[in-house]
Design a protein around this ligand. Structure first.
Ligand SMILES: Cc1cc2nc3c(=O)[nH]c(=O)nc-3n(C[C@H](O)[C@H](O)[C@H](O)COP(=O)(O)OP(=O)(O)OC[C@H]3O[C@@H](n4cnc5c(N)ncnc54)[C@H](O)[C@@H]3O)c2cc1C
Length: 288
């Protein structure tokens, strides 16, 4: 398996900026995230404070960022990272059933806005999952629920319906799965995930549903769930001014690295994170 110099997680302004800088500095870069880029870019109606682009629309900023990636030759690998493992002198990134490797990692995953549901943290890994591709097989022949927050949740529910017995789909946005005999869509508010040792039911404002797993499909998960051992402060990864985290070789930038939540700050921190990651690659080269 090829090992990348730097893996960048997230296709918002922070991740894109980091990937561009790393590529310009001739590093072998893996940029992971949605090819549609961050929804926080495309959803912005008008942006007045992005230096050099006055009154730019979100859609236009997205076009410019895409063109910049093309210009320097960075391709987006359209994959969601389920977990990052620290392996000593490199990192392993789990993307569905695939494992990818990189010497340094830059986390640019944005911020998780939603509060975890009652029971979500307690039952994580015991019937609460954030990744349909990773865990679908564990629930073969069983009833599961999907809380569809992210744009691709509906597609994930369709995929799940091919493996599990039935899918209870709760849309948290305007995207719905295709009609299938074993997908039931209910527009109810999820209240709690129930179970003692493992998940047994999902409670909503409309009732209680017996299920074996709840797939909570958000655009991003809390950073300490993505990377075990990373030091956090609430929803943020703790970084120093060089965007270094407590884990050597792991850097964070943009919203996930703290407030203020701003495009230009995210892009600036992406640049710093990339330069710090390059410094780290040089350091470890000298050590061997
Ligand atoms: C409607 C709106 C308007 C705004 N207007 C302004 C404005 O006018 N000016 C301003 O400065 N700021 C504005 N902001 C704030 C700005 O959007 C954020 O500060 C900025 O997008 C942060 O960039 P980021 O790269 O850190 O994270 P994000 O833009 O959130 O990008 C993170 C990306 O990483 C992806 N990701 C997360 N986890 C994973 C994973 N495990 N694997 C792969 N990909 C993953 C996410 O899906 C997302 O695409 C606005 C925000 C919103 C919502």
């Amino acid at each position: 398996m090829d090992r990348f110099d730097i893996a960048v997680i997230g296709t918002g302004p922070a991740g894109i900026s980091a990937a561009i800088t790393a590529k310009i500095r001739n590093k072998n870069v893996l940029l992971l995230g949605s090819r549609e880029l961050s929804a926080k870019i495309s959803k912005a109606h008008r942006i007045d404070n992005y230096t050099g682009l006055p009154a730019v629309s979100g859609a236009e900023l997205a076009e410019r960022l895409r063109a910049h990636l093309d210009n320097v030759g960075v391709e987006i690998t359209d994959k969601q990272v389920g977990a990052v493992y620290t392996m000593g002198d490199y990192f392993a990134l789990q993307c569905g059933e695939e494992m990818l490797e990189a010497t340094a990692v830059i986390v640019a995953t944005g911020i998780v806005q939603a509060k975890p549901l009652d029971g979500e943290d307690r039952l994580l890994g015991r019937g609460v999952s954030y990744c349909a591709t990773c865990d679908a097989r564990l629930y073969k022949g069983k009833a599961v629920a999907v809380l569809g927050y992210s744009a691709d949740s509906a597609e994930e529910a369709e995929f799940l319906s091919e493996i599990v017995d039935s899918v209870l789909y709760i849309p948290m946005n305007d995207v719905f799965p295709q009609e299938r005999p074993n997908i039931r869509v209910v527009r109810e508010k999820p209240l709690a995930i129930l179970g003692d040792r493992s998940v047994t039911a999902l409670k909503t404002d409309g009732g209680e549903y017996e299920i074996a797993c709840v797939f909570v499909l958000r655009d991003a998960v809390m950073p300490d769930k993505l990377i075990s051992g990373v030091e956090t402060d609430g929803p943020h990864i703790k970084v120093d001014l060089q965007m270094r985290t407590n884990i050597r070789g792991l850097f964070a930038c943009g919203d996930v690295a703290g407030k203020p939540y701003q495009y230009i700050k995210a892009a600036g921190q992406g640049n710093i994170a990339a330069l710090s990651a390059i410094g780290y690659l040089n350091e470890i080269k000298k050590e061997v």
